[in-house]
Write a protein that binds this ligand. Structure first.
Ligand code: SAH
Ligand code: SF4
Length: 359
């Protein structure tokens, strides 16, 4: 069995065992994470790297390339490119090259949170990605084009794989040459993540997936997210944003009749006014077999205007690659021949003041 470096620690240990010193290690990590040639500038390998490292590198490089391979490539009309990525054990995840140098990476195969509108959440969690498997998605994408921003908004909940995600963030923010404010940790909110984010040498920007202002409605939409009151989540997000210096992104997947009502606008305005944050309204990508739809373009624009008028900085966004299996996890689900399940586990009452599950 060839040695696999699914974790960055294992890779670095192997290189150190071969005699790589700190400068060699930095050179090799840059080579991999930035998809650079091994010999560059005045660093010609035969003069720079220890012989044992030089000899072992081709096999190590092959093992690293085996961590994330392109299974299929789906260019979108908006210059995004969705990649279906095979991991070393045949599991698959999605990465999306975004217009203007961004890359969306996955942190888990599947996800345990089970948000009712999300394709990734349908099968639960299959496995965690190792830190090197997360970084490998960036190395892979950089062989196609330059990447200057990495958002952890692909498949999986970063807070449920916190050690690996924080290691990947530290690597990408140093040898990976991504500006810290351009690393975006996207989460449904988790106390351990709020504690951990300020401690690392690299402090990423934060995106909070909120979707509801009412605690019960949020619990129905995000069934296995930690039960943290919405007010506490927003407070913790605002606190971290001020500490890191970068405004937080608050994500709101817009679902017709569920969270696009006038009372949602009022609730968001109450919660968000004065926060060091920006509200992103993202019209839902419909998932086959589920009843949820996006509101009309007019309604979405009206909500964004109403929030901006109330002093909440709000953008209406579209997720990238709308024309190529837009929603998170949809590409993988099609490729694995997985017909989306018909129906969803719960129905939300649409007209009541607070939506509740009805079984
Ligand atoms: N688990 C993390 C990161 C991955 S999901 C999180 O939830 O934040 C990234 C974003 O995609 C989240 O904001 C999520 O709400 C959004 N999303 C998932 N399914 C979607 C859909 N069908 N339409 C629009 N946004 C969706
Ligand atoms: Fe998991 Fe995020 Fe999808 Fe929810 S939206 S199921 S947390 S990946």
């Amino acid at each position: 069995m060839p040695s696999l470096f699914t974790d960055l620690d294992a890779l670095e240990q192997r290189l150190r065992a071969l005699g790589a010193g700190p400068r060699h290690l930095q050179h090799l990590m840059r080579t991999w994470t930035q998809a650079l040639p091994l010999s560059r500038g005045r660093k010609q390998v035969e003069h720079f790297l220890p012989l044992a490292v030089r000899d072992a590198w081709p096999a190590i490089d092959t093992a690293l390339q085996g961590l994330a391979r392109e299974l299929s490539v789906h260019p979108g009309e908006d210059h995004s490119v969705r990649l279906l990525v095979a991991l070393h054990d045949g599991q698959t995840v999605e990465s999306v090259l975004l217009p203007r140098g961004g890359l969306c990476v996955s942190t888990q195969v599947g996800c345990a949170v089970g948000c009712v509108f999300c394709m990734t959440g349908r099968d639960g969690l299959r496995r965690q990605l190792g830190s090197a498997e997360i970084v490998a998605q960036v190395a892979l994408a950089r062989r196609r084009r330059a990447v200057n921003k990495v958002v952890f908004m692909g498949m999986g909940e970063p807070a449920h794989n916190l050690d690996a995600v924080m290691q990947a963030i530290d690597c990408l923010g140093t040898t990976g040459a991504i500006a810290h404010k351009n690393l975006v940790f996207s989460t449904v909110g988790d106390r351990r993540a709020f504690e951990r984010l300020p401690l690392g040498p690299v402090k990423p920007a934060l995106a909070l997936s909120l979707h509801a202002v009412d605690d019960e409605q949020r619990a129905a939409l995000l069934p296995r997210a930690p039960r943290i009151p919405v007010a506490e989540l927003v407070e913790a997000t605002d606190h971290y944003a001020r500490l890191s210096g970068y405004p937080a992104q608050v994500q709101w997947a817009l679902i017709e009749g569920v969270n696009d009502r006038d009372e949602d606008v009022e609730g968001i305005a109450r919660l968000m006014r004065g926060r060091h944050a920006m509200m992103n309204l993202i019209p839902l990508n419909a998932v086959d077999g589920a009843p949820w739809r996006r509101p009309s373009a007019e309604r979405a624009a009206e909500m964004a205007r109403a929030l901006n008028r109330r002093g909440v900085l709000t953008r209406l966004r579209q997720s990238a690659g709308q024309d190529v299996e837009a929603g998170c996890g949809q590409l993988r689900s099609r490729a694995s021949g997985h017909a989306p399940t018909k129906g969803v586990p719960i129905t939300l009452v649409r007209d009541a003041g607070t939506s509740t599950p009805t079984g």
